[in-house]
Write a protein that binds this ligand. Structure first.
Ligand SMILES: Cc1cc2nc3c(=O)[nH]c(=O)nc-3n(C[C@H](O)[C@H](O)[C@H](O)COP(=O)(O)O)c2cc1C
Length: 201
């Protein structure tokens, strides 16, 4: 009996130790990288905060992840139709607009050090079937191969569209988790928030 108890104790402490190691290994930092456009938009009117930003905030609140906002240097302060036309032109031309970065709301002067992050949520609105061109400028500048990427979009009917597959093309050696999409007009509701939380969970 005594030796049985000792054996059981040994097995228990071994597996507890294993669980701890696993926890440590998975304990890398998370960050939410996103672009979002405030102003006039489809289905929501003239908004102070973009739809994707609201989702990014819920993710970071729930996971304690840092927030890295991509801010386009171009002025997108215009009506919805004008922005649609401009975005189409940018996409057709393969334009890569410049950007600045806000880390947890603070403007970065140099390049962002992504080395300590293992899990990266990447989100943006769907613009003509994929992420806005400025996000592709970021993807060109930052090699996220080897990271775990969780793509998300806000949209008005296209779902994930080509966003997830475009990310997979950019980062063929990243590990991809389950992607998530939500209607932009849903994100301000309690039900919308719950959908984001359920995905994060
Ligand atoms: C320029 C532009 C292009 C868009 N293209 C699409 C599209 O192809 N498919 C779609 O479902 N929604 C499209 N939308 C709607 C946005 O994806 C949706 O409103 C999104 O939630 C906006 O997010 P944001 O407020 O974070 O920018 C487009 C909106 C704009 C402004």
């Amino acid at each position: 009996m005594r030796s049985l108890i000792i054996t059981l104790l040994a097995i228990f402490s071994f597996s507890a130790c294993g669980a701890q190691t696993e926890k440590k290994m998975n304990n890398g930092k998370s960050i939410v990288v996103f672009f979002s456009h405030a102003g006039e938009n489809y289905g929501v009117g003239n908004v102070k905060e973009g739809n994707t930003k609201i989702v990014a905030d819920v993710i970071s609140e729930k996971t304690k992840a840092d927030r890295l906002e991509i801010v386009c240097v171009k002025d997108y302060n215009m009506g919805y139709d004008a922005l649609c036309n401009l975005a189409k032109k940018e996409q057709n031309a393969g334009e890569l607009p410049g950007y600045t970065l806000l880390l947890n709301g603070n403007k970065l002067s140099g390049k962002m050090d992504m080395s300590s992050y293992t899990t990266i949520y990447i989100g943006g609105p769907v613009w003509w079937g994929t992420y806005p061109q400025v996000m592709f400028t970021f993807f060109k500048d930052y090699d996220l191969n080897g990271k775990t990427i969780l793509p998300f979009t806000t949209h008005e009917g296209s779902g994930l569209a080509r966003c997830e597959s475009d990310l997979k093309k950019k980062y063929p050696n990243a590990t991809f988790g389950k992607a998530f999409s939500i209607y932009g007009h849903e994100v301000r509701s309690e039900a919308g928030k719950k959908k984001v939380e359920a995905w994060v969970k």
